[in-house]
Design a protein around this ligand. Structure first.
Ligand code: R5P
Length: 236
């Protein structure tokens, strides 16, 4: 790694490459969303272009993933056309020691959960800054909500001890709108002690489509690190 390189970017590239290297010819691949997975999609495309990988079909988790897949020459399919997903590669905003996740920094967690949970092998790709002892310590928990239910859902979240805020657009006036046409409420919880319970409780509030807690879904976490200026990838 050179002194000019951004270590976070290098970690994301390395981990993306390592995940793409695990895909085998003939695989149906869940394509995650975000800046880290973008590198995995790019390297997957390179392996297809070089002829090393054949007969790959991608299932995108977002508009972003489908645009990238088309850009890098990955043929796409849908969940209506296949009966399984061999492997899914996706990023995360936080990863705890039990491999539970917070996702949704890009407002894509609803489709991501559908695809990632269906995969026979779900690989999470993160740089080391995403590792936490407890979920919720560095990142707000995203909750996708249908627009007409925004206010009652926020009240219900407050009753659970969360501090909700509507996610606003950047370079766009007004709220972020998801690929499904909904809104995202980011919630600060003082402490997420029981993620599995909270995941279910939040999804049980009428008007909530999906929240960003991914509990018991991950098979492998690939972590990009830089030690003594040298990038490496470790697995847990
Ligand atoms: O909604 C977005 C996703 O859950 C992303 O996978 C997550 O936010 C991580 O993205 P990044 O790799 O850009 O940090």
């Amino acid at each position: 790694m050179t002194a000019e390189q951004d270590p976070i970017k290098v970690m994301k590239q390395e981990v993306g490459k390592a995940a793409a290297a695990r895909v085998q010819s003939g695989a149906i691949v869940g394509l995650g969303t975000g800046s880290t997975t973008a590198y995995a999609i790019e390297y997957l495309g390179q392996r297809i272009k070089s002829g090393e990988l054949k007969d790959i079909l991608g299932i995108p988790t977002s508009f972003q993933a489908s645009v990238l897949a088309k850009q890098y020459g990955i043929p796409l399919t849908t969940l209506d056309e296949v009966d399984h997903i061999d492997i899914a590669i996706d990023g995360a905003d936080e990863v705890d020691p039990q491999k539970n996740l917070i996702k949704g920094g890009g407002a894509a967690h609803t489709r991501e959960k559908v695809v990632d949970a269906l995969a026979d092998l779900f690989i999470v790709v993160v740089d080391s800054s995403k590792l936490v002892d407890k979920l919720g310590s560095t990142f707000l928990l995203p909750v996708e909500v249908i627009p007409m239910a925004m206010t009652p859902v926020m009240r219900a979240i407050e009753k659970l001890g969360g501090k909700p805020e509507l996610r606003m657009g950047v370079k766009k006036a007004g709220p972020v709108i998801t690929d499904q046409g909904n809104m995202v409420i980011d919630v600060k919880f003082d402490s997420i002690d029981h993620p599995a319970e909270l995941e279910k409780t939040l999804n049980n509030i009428p008007g909530v489509l999906e929240n960003g807690l991914f509990v018991g879904v991950t098979d492998i976490v690939l972590v990009g690190e830089v030690k003594d200026g040298q990038p490496s990838v470790r697995e847990f």
